[in-house]
Design a protein around this ligand. Sequence first.
Ligand code: UDP
Ligand code: MG
Length: 312
Amino acid sequence: MTPYLSIVVPVYNEEGNLDNLMGRLYPVLRGMGHPFEIIFTDDGSRDRSLEILKRLAGEYPEVRVIEFNGNFGQHMAIMAAFEISRGEIVITLDADLQNPPEEIPKLVAEMELGHDVVGSIRQNRQDSFFRKSASRLVNITTRKMTGMRMTDYGCMLRAYHRNVVDNINRCCEASTFIPALAQTFASSPSEVEVAHAERSEGESKYSLYKLVRLNFDLMTGFSVVPLQLFALTGIVTALGAVAFALFLMARRFVVGAEVEGIFTLFAILFFFIGVTIFGIGIVGEYVGRIYQEVRRRPRYVVRRVHGGSDEG
Ligand code: UDP
Ligand code: MG
């Protein structure tokens, strides 16, 4: 029987959470009375996560586990699960219980009103102050740069209609940000408020570096505004330089030759060198990504799929 709901969970070193997650998720799904499937992607965990997942796949016929060859990141883990998902409605969920599984019926109800993507907004988000401020900044700049209307980009408890998932599956981009990608295919997106809990076990899998990389993916993947802003800065600087040159020329006539203020000049020069290097960096980000895309290497490598009919 083809499932109505597909639940997709990326897992990276979550050994302490998986049994709890399953214990809460399963009753919720049973209670909804539709056929469902749960797809876990083990994103190259180095703890006992895979072992636990394989056990779950053996215990529950609805569970399938994709085993990755290494760590390819949360979004690739979700991509891989999307590809084998069959449900009419596909729901993504974090493994750390920060998104309560009990909110799933709310998302499904909203989908059944005819929306094709239902996002979520975290009510009193339980993360560190630093993490929240970083997210706020990302949400604002992303909205400005991509022009997409989404309140909370980071919350992964989301529902997607089969059509949207099929479209996402047709994209072969190597670095991506799934909520934003889905938004580009959505014809009638909606959002609901969901509760948010503290991470129940373990710690965040996103280091500052990984977080910055992810936001570059979001920025470069969905907008060329950074390039345009940089070109604009260049134009403004050039105009400023012309004005300054005219001013210096006028002074030359009024005051005569002068050599003071050389360090001020250095300071200004260093500033612009900084801006230039920054600009080259932005261009480099895009060029690097273009290079990544044209090589067409596999985005992730699946070692095996456990459970379900794919068991070999
Ligand atoms: N995750 C993953 N691969 C990674 C990093 C994270 O599959 O390289 C999973 C992780 O196991 C969790 C989800 O993505 O289920 C969100 O990660 P996390 O809770 O660490 O992110 P945060 O809540 O701090 O944004
Ligand atoms: Mg989390």
